[in-house]
Design a protein around this ligand. Structure first.
Ligand SMILES: O=P(O)(O)OC[C@H]1O[C@H](O[C@H]2O[C@H](CO)[C@@H](O)[C@H](O)[C@H]2O)[C@H](O)[C@@H](O)[C@@H]1O
Length: 374
């Protein structure tokens, strides 16, 4: 199953934004054909009418779980149970996962927001719990571990505060090794790769322009992630989404070397270079000496669309496992899932399952090395 089969693709070029790739995609599950039809029709209608910005707003709506839920035509339980068959819980499949690592080095890749920290309204308050930090620290003692995030690298480091990890910030465009020697690599490895460094002044300029242009839209928040910019609409009234999208579009029009992608209630602007979390994962495997090796089992845990690039790399390589953190069935290239079925709130905390998975991994490793698990 590929993403292409299950998502409606909006060609952002035709929205008036030049040199944009890849296309902005609407996450509409296969089992919601009515939604898909409706969104496509709306898209073509707006094209004809010239009100192109509506397509952006539809996409923003489609990325909101409440909207996916409220427009579901197939009972959620049926949808969910068939999805779980294809993407079983990584906790229930734990034995199979570790069995697959026999004779191989597990390398852990962890997304930050929605994976290690719960989704909250204010991006500056997305702290990880002390217990989660301890779980990540323990994992990094036994397995090379990287944080792969859309956030600015310094910002995510200020949340995670662990020196032994690799950090790939700005969707993998800013990669740094552990700041102190670890057993996999000796010495402070410093910055390893910044493929978009020439974009730094442009991103800074776009950030400033967007702050200015969106300041009249209550709740809008523009975040400078160094090599990319996030425009948050989580706290923006839905009535103002079109106005916000229009501001973003008008800025992007002046920057043909930037493209738009979408995350969880966030519009993300980044360089058009062919680099993403999947390429970052490959880069890090190479940096760790596992370029063309069969002796490695990469495990990537993430919750967002941008993590799909990494899941896809793993499924294309036929190596390792992607684990999607989600309470909703979603089209994904991940093999497994971690979820919280009873979660009622829109602001979710699915991360306890991630913590549990990390703990089990450490306990299993300790036992297999003859150490005592707690
Ligand atoms: O790659 P990630 O680590 O998942 O980062 C993706 C974006 O995460 C942050 O935004 C998201 O989390 C916020 C805090 O919970 C939430 O308020 C927001 O709605 C989410 O989109 C971060 O602020 C962005 O810069 C990242 O690109």
């Amino acid at each position: 199953m590929t993403n292409q089969q299950n998502v409606a693709i909006v060609d952002v070029k035709s929205l008036g934004v030049r040199n944009v790739m890849p296309p902005l995609s609407l996450p509409v599950a296969k089992s919601f054909p009515q939604d898909l039809k409706m969104l496509r029709k709306k898209w073509f209608d707006t094209e004809k009418g010239g009100a192109k910005i509506n397509a952006w707003v539809d996409s923003m709506r489609a990325s909101s779980p409440t909207h996916i839920k409220s427009t579901a035509f197939i009972p959620e339980t049926d949808e969910k149970s068939s999805w779980i068959v294809h993407h079983p819980s990584a906790l229930s499949m734990f034995e199979q996962i570790v069995a697959a690592s026999e004779g191989k080095q597990i390398v852990m890749f962890l997304d930050y927001d929605g994976t290690l920290s719960p989704i909250v309204e204010d991006p500056d308050q997305a702290f990880m719990s002390r217990e989660m930090r301890a779980a990540v620290r323990d994992v990094a003692r036994y397995f090379p571990t990287a944080i792969v995030t859309g956030r600015c690298r310094d910002k995510v480091y200020s949340f995670v505060k662990l020196a032994d990890l690799y950090y790939a910030g700005s969707h993998g465009m800013d990669i740094k090794g552990p700041s102190k020697s670890c057993k996999y690599k000796k010495g402070n490895q410093g910055v390893l790769f910044q493929p978009a460094s020439e974009f730094l002044p442009m991103i800074d300029e776009v950030h400033k322009t967007l702050v200015e242009k969106t300041k009249c839209i209550p709740g809008a928040k523009v975040e400078n992630n160094k090599f990319c910019v996030s425009v948050h609409f989580r706290c923006v009234d839905e009535k103002s989404w079109a106005a916000l999208a229009e501001q973003v579009r008008s800025v992007l029009n002046d920057y043909p070397k930037l493209k738009l992608s979408q995350g969880r209630k966030v519009l993300e602007i980044r360089p058009t270079i062919k680099w993403d979390k999947g390429r970052a994962l490959e880069f890090l495997l190479e940096a760790l000496g596992f370029a063309n090796s069969n002796d490695v089992l990469p495990v990537y845990i993430g919750d967002d669309r941008t993590d799909e690039d990494a899941f896809k790399v793993l499924s294309d390589r036929g190596q390792g496992f992607g684990i999607l953190v989600s309470k909703e069935p979603k089209d994904t290239n991940a093999s497994y899932s971690l979820q919280e079925p009873s979660e009622a709130s829109n602001i979710t905390n699915l991360t306890m399952h991630v913590k549990e998975f990390l703990r089990r991994l450490v306990d299993w490793k300790k036992l297999s090395q003859g150490e005592h698990a707690p």
